[in-house]
Design a protein around this ligand. Structure first.
Ligand SMILES: Cc1cc2nc3c(=O)[nH]c(=O)nc-3n(C[C@H](O)[C@H](O)[C@H](O)COP(=O)(O)OP(=O)(O)OC[C@H]3O[C@@H](n4cnc5c(N)ncnc54)[C@H](O)[C@@H]3O)c2cc1C
Length: 420
């Protein structure tokens, strides 16, 4: 039987960070990576640029074969794990191959949700999660003139921008009343949407697709107000979920993801989980969440790797804080923390500011003079500094108004004192 001291399932950000942490603490133990992807590890965040052609597929690659050879890591691609048997310390691939492990990391990420829309399974539609998805989209762009994108979240918006840049007439359907509802308030979202509209993108917010039917090589999308849109290219970007099918029957606690503690340990001895598949503690707690962002996948992967290798420098994971920087048509937006999109939490205080000259807008949520979150359009901010201010619960009382008016300069000043 195949056997490995450390076995990692998945080959993306969380997995790569765990590998590095394991190798730092244990250069000798056998380490194997199993991934269902047929490619070398790559960053999903770069896929919109592969779609547009701004990035060659090879540029999205994060580690090459020489890296694995140099680190004495066995890298098995095209190896989808179909079952985990914690009691036997074994995983099984789809083809029946079994692997015995000493310690196991599950870093299998997230998978696009396919919504229950009548007729969707009768047409060709695209998703954007894997390198193969982006290559298929790139090919489809070659002949498409009209595209419909379902979902105005980050992935739908990234894709819509790149499709529009390729000269395609794009319509985005979003059931909520605004674009990017998880990250921005209505005013910031309207600024972002206006920039898209100036580049020809049409939004149908507050509307849902209720039926899809084939139409030649493309499809016809019917909305809940009866409107019918014709699409040569249909992209489904309605969210992601952790795919836990391979854990069926395994005694590992799950909810929306694999439940882990602050060292990324699951309920099963010898098994850790990290990244988009892990349901980890949130900051400040209580509670757990699927973080779904790259920096948390990296932090969780590092924590898991250190814990697996018994690194004495292991510090508990501090809990996830949402943070996204977002560039669109040469402009920028950022959303860090909570309380700035949707209804603010109880007791939170909201402040909004405009800088008409810079075309900038920002909104800040405070509670007890501590930063809960900040979202901004066209205002340069340091995501890392804001993240630390939230985690350290920096007291903004003495500089409150200054921070609201000049969050970047004030945040830098405060954190330079803390870091000194
Ligand atoms: C288009 C796009 C843009 C994004 N932009 C941003 C951004 O701007 N900022 C940000 O913070 N985040 C962004 N994200 C999200 C970010 O990419 C993820 O948070 C991050 O990739 C999560 O890393 P991960 O290692 O947990 O999992 P993933 O990147 O999802 O990788 C999962 C890995 O597991 C493998 N796998 C899955 N199932 C199995 C199985 N059964 N057997 C074997 N292998 C398996 C896959 O092949 C893959 O290697 C974006 C995502 C996409 C798709």
């Amino acid at each position: 039987m195949n056997t490995s001291d450390y076995l990692i399932v998945g080959s993306s950000h969380a997995a790569l960070e765990a590998m590095a942490a394991i190798r730092l603490a244990d250069p000798e133990g056998s380490l194997t990576v199993l991934t269902r992807d047929r490619h070398l590890p790559y960053s999903p965040t770069l896929l919109p640029y592969v779609v547009s052609g701004r990035s060659a597929p090879a540029k999205a690659v994060l580690r090459d074969a020489a890296f694995f050879a140099g680190q004495h890591i066995r890298f098995e691609r095209g190896a989808p794990v179909a079952a985990v048997r914690p009691e036997a310390h074994e995983v099984a691939l789809e083809d029946g191959t079994a692997w015995h492990y000493g310690k196991l990391l599950l870093a299998t990420g997230a998978t696009p949700v396919v919504p229950a829309i009548a007729g969707l399974d009768s047409v060709r539609f695209h998703r954007l999660r894997t390198l193969d998805d982006s290559l298929a989209l790139r090919e489809a762009i070659g002949t498409a003139r009209r595209a419909v994108v379902l979902g105005a979240g980050l992935i739908g918006m990234h894709a819509a921008e790149n499709l529009a840049e390729a000269g395609i007439a794009v319509t985005v359907i979003e059931p909520r009343d605004q674009v990017l509802p998880s990250y921005f308030d209505a005013e910031a979202a309207a600024m972002i949407a206006a920039s898209f509209a100036a580049h020809g993108v049409v939004f149908r917010t507050g509307r849902s697709a209720v039926a899809v039917a084939p139409d030649g090589a493309g499809s016809r999308v019917t909305l809940d107000d009866g409107a019918v849109l014709e699409a040569d290219l249909l992209l489904v970007a309605t969210g992601v979920r952790a795919d836990l099918g391979y854990l069926a029957g395994a005694a590992i606690a799950t909810d929306r993801g694999i439940l882990v503690d602050a060292t990324m340990q699951t309920s099963a001895p010898g098994i850790w989980a990290a990244g988009d598949v892990a349901e980890a503690p949130v900051f400040p707690g209580p509670g757990t969440a699927l973080a779904g962002i790259l920096p948390e996948a990296v932090a969780q992967g590092r924590t898991a790797g250190m814990a697996m290798a018994g690194d004495p420098a292991l510090a508990p994971y501090r809990g996830s804080v949402p943070r996204n920087t977002y560039c669109f048509f040469g402009q920028s937006a950022i959303s860090v923390g909570t309380g700035v999109a949707g209804a603010p939490p109880e007791g939170a205080e909201l402040a909004t500011r405009h800088d008409a000259n810079a075309g900038a807008y920002w909104r800040i949520a405070l509670k007890d003079d501590r930063l809960l979150g900040i979202a901004a359009v066209n205002l340069p901010l340091d995501a890392g500094i804001l993240h630390e201010m939230i985690l350290r619960r920096v007291d903004l009382g003495p500089v409150r108004d200054r921070f609201l008016d000049q969050p970047r300069a004030t945040g830098r000043m405060l954190m330079s004192r803390q870091w000194r």
